[in-house]
Design a protein around this ligand. Structure first.
Ligand code: FE2
Length: 666
């Protein structure tokens, strides 16, 4: 007889333990018997527990390729979260079986040894296991659904309880999130006024809302929100750095001229454009969007155009604002020399448009909905033994559940967007559809995006500076790991599972629109590496960059009003402070928006930061070494960002690896 030492790691999660009888079979060239893993009166499969067993076989089994596991009810049916199994052979070789999976039934489950294998090199003859069967099973559990026509497809889920165990939040995450959601208004000391459907009558009343929960940035915003330089700064380093672009020729529908913006003839727009100093923010995607009705009052959502100039002291100053796309007498072009409240109101309408476009396009569509598609396609097309599954699975944690909650609580007809934002209701779908039709692959890849928007040399652009460094670190990691497995372009082309993954993303995420430039297949290793880099960057760094600052920049409502309830001035000179206060959203809209952004900006205590892999699907030396290098590079970048931030009035922290999560989880 020969002995195999088996070590079973039950995951350290709430309810991970099982009291059931667990059976194992080791499969190599030969198979062991299906063997009960012995237990005393205590279960060896308690959460967080590591248990050791010996399995005796009449002869060597050869190289182990698979284990079969099943559990049979001892007292009552329960679920078991199995992290991994290790088996040491009589020759002393240890085989690793990464699992990280809930076992909820009494069926036999088959798990492959940890060495990554692509389909064309997977030559182990395994009677009862096939990659195809594994994928067919996943496709039964995770089905596509269409939430609204014209937007990326999503996971079908009938109810919260129908979500598969493997994608659910941990108890810690769900408890903290429910607590934050339920207590948000109370914590912010806003509950008493949460139902007040009145206007603000003075700016001080808005200041009082911030007294319970302030951040360094929210204080800064509160002090500087009226300043033109800070208005310009936020297009680079606020929550929406995705819209601004260098302007090389004026738009026909935005008839700005030198006399309007350079009263003393000190510059000309033509020269300044030639010098690369003119920038544009165009909210054309909001043109024609039906604005919401809130508290029985019609709301207003503009589609502004903003022209900005980089000054010799490296500030980005707004030169002109036109609030609707079609020029005309009732659509004045506002300039900084207008009356205080004309100019301030013009900027407030821009900021409200920015909030609505950013939340739906830059945040929801370009990150959350795409991350769901990347995840669904991964589960459908890549078996656990595939190297890309091992690389990407940790970057999908909680994404399917958070998106289910977003559809249920934010996007639905009676969700928070419908109650508290100008784009809520019909506008949500319109904006998502328009954003998807204008989405391009290059805009999802920060090096291409920055170059195409002409922003490579804009000073003080920390989103770009830090984002490019993060992109390069992720790219190097992805490249080194994937090139270990794919030595030639031929291998990429031969990998039908990989090709199915990208094809399904193209179909379900980008609705087969070739104009997006999203690849439909990978022909080269380079193409695959770039796309996978984009996936990890989008799900981790980019999400944090546009998500984490929502309370910082939005808590002071005048800086980011979610809705406005008077139309903008159609002629100059009539607006005053009361006009501004009457234009602002009602008290209840304001405080609920604060509570939501607070919830979305609050990190869970069980978050997993970028580059951390508590679920380690790789077992081979090369990827494990690359993970260590990746972590070192991120640590160094974090230190560099912290050093740089010491010199800034307003630190830019959203690309600090110490705050970036591995996946879209909030
Ligand atoms: Fe988010």
């Amino acid at each position: 007889m020969v002995d195999y030492e088996v070590t079973v790691f039950t995951g350290d999660l709430a309810f991970a333990s099982t009291f059931d009888n667990v059976y194992i079979k080791l499969v190599g060239k030969d198979e062991s018997k299906r063997t009960l893993l012995p237990r005393s009166w205590m279960s060896p499969f308690f959460k967080g527990k590591v248990s050791h067993f010996t399995i005796s076989c009449p002869a060597f089994l050869g190289k182990l390729t698979l284990i079969e596991l099943d559990k049979q009810t001892k007292f009552f049916q329960d679920s078991w979260y199995l992290a991994k199994v290790e088996v040491t052979s009589p020759e002393g070789h240890t085989y690793h079986f990464p699992i990280y999976h809930w076992i909820t039934d009494s069926d036999v489950h088959r798990f492959r040894e940890g060495t990554a294998l692509r389909i064309f090199e997977d030559n182990d003859s395994l009677d009862k296991y096939s990659r195809q069967q594994e994928l067919q099973q996943q496709q039964k559990v995770y089905c596509w659904d269409v939430y609204e026509a014209g937007i990326p497809h999503c996971m079908k889920a009938d109810s919260f309880l129908s979500l598969p165990c493997d994608i659910r939040f941990s108890l810690t995450k769900i408890t903290e999130m429910a607590y934050t959601a339920a207590k948000g208004l109370a914590e912010l000391e806003l509950r008493e006024i949460a139902e007040c459907k009145e206007n603000f009558t003075c700016i001080e009343d808005i200041s009082h809302l911030l007294s319970a929960h302030r951040t360094e940035t929210s204080d800064y915003v509160c002090q500087h929100w009226k300043e033109d330089a800070f208005f310009g700064y936020q297009f680079l380093n606020g929550v929406n750095p995705m819209l601004i672009q260098r302007c090389t020729s004026l738009l026909e529908n935005f008839p700005v001229n030198d006399d309007m913006v350079f009263l003393h003839g000190q510059h000309s727009l033509a020269d300044e454009m030639e010098n690369g100093n003119i920038f544009l923010c165009d909210y054309k995607l909001l043109d024609g969007v039906q604005a919401n009705t809130i508290n029985g009052k019609k709301q207003y959502l503009m589609a502004p155009l903003v022209l900005l100039q980089k000054t010799p002291d490296d500030k980005l100053m707004p030169l002109a604002i036109q609030l609707k796309q079609k020029p005309g007498d009732e659509n004045p072009i506002f300039v900084p020399t207008d009356s205080e409240y004309d100019w301030l109101l013009a900027k407030i309408f821009v900021k409200s448009a920015d909030f609505n476009l950013y939340e739906l396009s830059a945040h929801l569509l370009r990150i959350h909905l795409l991350a769901e598609v990347f995840t669904m396609s991964l589960l459908h097309n890549l078996p656990m033994v595939h190297p890309l599954y091992k690389l990407l699975k940790p970057h999908t944690r909680y994404t399917l559940q958070i998106n289910y909650l977003a559809r249920d609580l934010l996007l639905s007809k009676d969700g928070d967007l419908a109650k508290f934002t100008a784009s809520g209701g019909e506008g949500v779908t319109t904006i998502l559809q328009k954003s998807l039709s204008s989405l391009t692959y290059s805009s999802l890849c920060i090096p291409d995006d920055i170059a195409q928007r002409g922003l490579t040399d804009v000073p003080g652009f920390y989103y770009r500076d830090d984002g490019l460094k993060i992109w390069n670190i992720i790219h190097s990691f992805v490249s080194n790991v994937l090139r270990h497995y794919y030595k030639t372009d031929d291998e990429v082309q031969q990998d039908t599972e990989l090709q199915n993954w990208i094809q399904e993303i193209f179909e379900h995420g980008f609705l087969s629109q070739e104009s997006t430039g999203i690849p439909q297949k990978f022909s080269t290793v380079d193409e695959m590496v770039k796309f996978v880099t984009m996936v990890i960057f989008t799900c981790s760094a980019q999400h944090t960059a546009v998500n984490a600052g929502q309370y910082d920049f939005g808590a002071w409502m005048p800086n980011n009003p979610t809705s406005l309830q008077l139309p903008p001035p159609t002629e100059k000179g009539a607006a005053n402070e009361k006009t501004m206060l009457d234009t602002f959203p009602d008290v209840n809209t304001t405080v609920h928006a604060m509570a939501i952004t607070w919830l979305l900006s609050t990190q869970s205590s069980d978050r997993v930061l970028l580059g951390q892999y508590p679920e380690m699907h790789f077992t081979e030396e090369v990827p494990l070494q690359e993970i260590l290098k990746f972590q070192e590079n991120l640590k160094k970048l974090s230190a560099d960002i912290k050093d740089r931030n010491k010199k800034l009035d307003l630190p830019y922290t959203y690309f600090d690896p110490e705050v970036i999560e591995n996946s879209v989880s909030i």
